[in-house]
Each structure stands twice: as structure tokens, then as C-alpha cells.
Design a protein around this ligand. Structure first.
Ligand SMILES: NC(=O)c1ccc[n+]([C@@H]2O[C@H](COP(=O)([O-])OP(=O)(O)OC[C@H]3O[C@@H](n4cnc5c(N)ncnc54)[C@H](O)[C@@H]3O)[C@@H](O)[C@H]2O)c1
Length: 307
């Protein structure tokens, strides 16, 4: 089966591409390489370097695709505050461009990528998809807009769309060397270099960390589930457990054999205090649940960094 993966040169997308190639799919990747890397892309996939908001390029890449996995995005929350228009073009217009290209190409299904950030920390944890949303950044607004566009394409055009709200994904290929890097690669990098890891605030803020293999399995499950169960819907894809940043740091210190005191800096404005998903809907409708435990996932991640 021909599939298109937007953002397939990035952390999550390239891991998904590996899984799709391993299942003998004919994979086209569309990515502009802003935060992705050509060397991440499996050699058996075809890489098209283009902007996801470029309608012509996306239409050409989508030709013949039965399923489209849409992951391309500007994913840095802080960047979205600094450059809201650029983020909106990539994330909101980009998602609409992908949906329209998929519709015109006659694709059957589009799996699009949303984020736990749409909840904005107002709902009780564990948070089901039915909880009220309260996006607190242009990034989160763009992700929520993308969810609505996906649902509208199902309701208006019968394009089977499924949106996945991802929660703090981690694992191999997630990089520490960007201004907007995620916490796990930053902690691992600091501990390995003997530096104090920087913790914003008291470190008791919690996250629902999800190992990459589980996230990839979530995309595959969303592509395979019967349309009558999942089309037009949104699902939390998450490990389903809550860990504070200090818990995370302790676990990494145990794995790496270090004992370095963190450097506590000012809390980040707008930082969500607690984040933990209720992933019951994905279990029921997609027959998906997370399988890799937190410590197991961290051990695999550290093994990749120290390979
Ligand atoms: N990593 C997480 O914890 C997490 C959590 C929630 C949601 N997400 C979402 O998952 C998706 C993948 O994120 P990731 O963590 O792999 O980040 P990433 O930055 O590694 O991947 C994003 C990819 O999109 C590409 N891209 C960016 N702008 C583009 C554009 N204008 N045109 C074409 N390609 C473009 C980048 O080059 C990159 O390869 C994103 O949609 C992100 O918002 C990630």
C-alpha cells in the first residue's frame, strides 16, 4: 500500500516510517527538513523535500496514497509564542493543505497529529478526550484547529480522519541540540556531560511520558481500526502514568549511575502543572494500549544515546 508520511524525517515520523517500511508499504515522506534530518529517513522510503503548506508539492506527494500520516509541524511551544504566524502557517494551513490533498487524491484515511497541549492543564487528571480544552499557546490553538479541520473533512467529504493527541513522546532520534529540545534528551545529555540538569521550578510538575514504539503503534492502530469506530474522532495516545520531572531525573540517574544535583531555575510561564491521559478510548476503539514501561523506555533511550 502507498502511504504518505509528512514530517517523516523528524523524531516520531522517522520511527513511524521504519515501521511502515518493515510492513512492506511503499512510503513517501514529505518534509522540509527544518527540524528533521534526511539521514533519519529509511533508504527504502522516497523523501520529497517540501513545505507542508505548499499545496502543489503536497498534492504531488499524495498521489496514489491510500493512507496519509500527517506529522509535519512546528512543534516548539515557545517558538509559537515568538513566531505565531509562521507556526500557524505550518500547523493550521499545513494540516488543511494535507487534508485537501488527501481528499483530491482519493485517499481513504488521514491520521493527523494533535497534542496534549490542547487541554491546557485545566481538566482533572487522568484526562479523557471529553474533557474541556483550553489551549494556552498559538501552538496548542493550531493543534486544536487541525483536529477540527480533520473532523470537518470526515463530516463533509467522508475522508476517514483520526486525530491523535500525543503526550510527551520520548526515545531514539529525539535530539538534545535544539533551542526547543524536550526534557528527556536534555536531561540525558546533561548527566552524560557531568552538567547539572536544568529543572524549571520545583520539578514536581508531572508528565505522561510515552515511549516512541507505543506512539508508533498508536498510528498503526489508528490506520487499521474500522472507520465506524474511529472516523472523525480524537484519541489520547499516552503511556497513561504520571511522573514528575524529579522522578524522571532520579530514574535517569539510576540508569546512568550519576548523582548530580539539578539546577532549579524559574518556572516557565504557562507551564502545565499536571499532565496524564485517560487512554480508555484508544483501548476500546483502536485496540491500542501502551506496552513499554517508563523505566524500560528510559533504559532503551539511554542505550541509544550511549550507543
Ligand atoms: N514529541 C512530542 O512529545 C510530541 C507531543 C505532542 C505532539 N507532537 C507532534 O508530533 C509531531 C512530530 O513531532 P516530533 O516530536 O517528531 O518533532 P520533529 O520536529 O522531530 O518533527 C517534525 C517534522 O516536521 C518537519 N516540518 C516542520 N515544518 C515543516 C514544514 N513547514 N513543511 C514540511 N515539514 C515540516 C520537520 O522538519 C520535522 O522533520 C508534530 O506534529 C508534533 O506537534 C509531538
Amino acid at each position: 500500500m502507498r502511504v504518505l508520511v509528512t514530517g517523516g524525517a523528524g523524531f516520531i515520523g522517522s520511527n513511524l516510517v521504519d515501521a511502515l517500511v518493515a510492513r512492506d508499504h511503499d512510503v513517501v515522506v514529505l518534509d522540509d527538513l527544518t527540524t528533521g534530518y534526511a539521514e533519519n529517513v529509511h533508504p527504502d522510503a522516497r523523501l520529497v523535500v517540501a513545505d507542508v503548506a505548499d499545496a502543489e508539492a503536497v498534492a504531488a506527494a499524495a498521489a496514489g496514497a491510500e493512507t496519509v500520516f500527517h506529522l509535519a509541524a512546528s512543534r516548539a511551544v515557545l517558538r509559537s509564542v515568538q513566531q505565531p504566524l509562521a507556526t500557524d502557517r505550518t500547523n493550521t494551513a499545513g494540516t488543511l493543505t494535507v487534508l485537501e490533498a488527501a481528499r483530491q487524491a482519493g485517499a481513504r484515511r488521514v491520521i493527523s497529529t494533535s497534542s496534549s497541549s490542547v487541554y491546557g492543564g485545566v481538566a482533572p487528571t487522568p484526562t479523557p478526550e471529553t474533557a474541556p480544552v483550553h489551549p494556552r499557546s498559538p501552538y496548542a490553538v493550531s493543534k486544536l484547529a487541525g483536529e477540527h479541520y480533520a473532523r470537518v473533512y470526515w463530516e463533509l467529504h467522508g475522508l476517514e480522519t483520526v486525530a491523535l493527541r500525543l503526550f510527551n513522546v520520548f526515545g531514539p532520534r529525539q535530539r538534545p541540540d535544539s533551542a526547543y529540545a524536550a526534557v528527556i534528551p536534555l536531561f540525558v545529555d546533561a548527566l552524560r556531560s557531568g552538567d547539572a540538569p536544568e529543572v524549571h521550578g520545583d520539578g514536581l510538575q508531572s508528565r505522561d511520558f510515552t515511549y516512541i514504539d507505543d506512539t508508533v503503534a498508536g498510528y498503526l492502530a489508528a490506520a487499521a481500526a474500522p472507520a465506524e469506530r474511529c472516523a472523525g474522532k480524537v484519541y489520547n495516545i499516552a503511556g497513561g502514568a504520571e511522573h514528575s520531572l524529579l522522578d524522571l531525573l532520579d530514574a535517569l540517574q539510576r540508569i546512568l549511575g550519576t548523582a548530580i544535583a539539578p539546577l532549579h531555575t524559574d518556572p516557565r510561564p504557562g507551564d502545565v502543572r499536571r499532565s496524564c491521559a485517560d487512554a480508555t478510548a484508544a483501548r476500546q476503539d483502536l485496540e491500542w494500549s501502551a506496552r513499554v514501561g517508563f523505566e524500560d523506555g528510559l533504559e532503551r533511550t539511554v542505550a541509544w544515546f550511549t550507543r
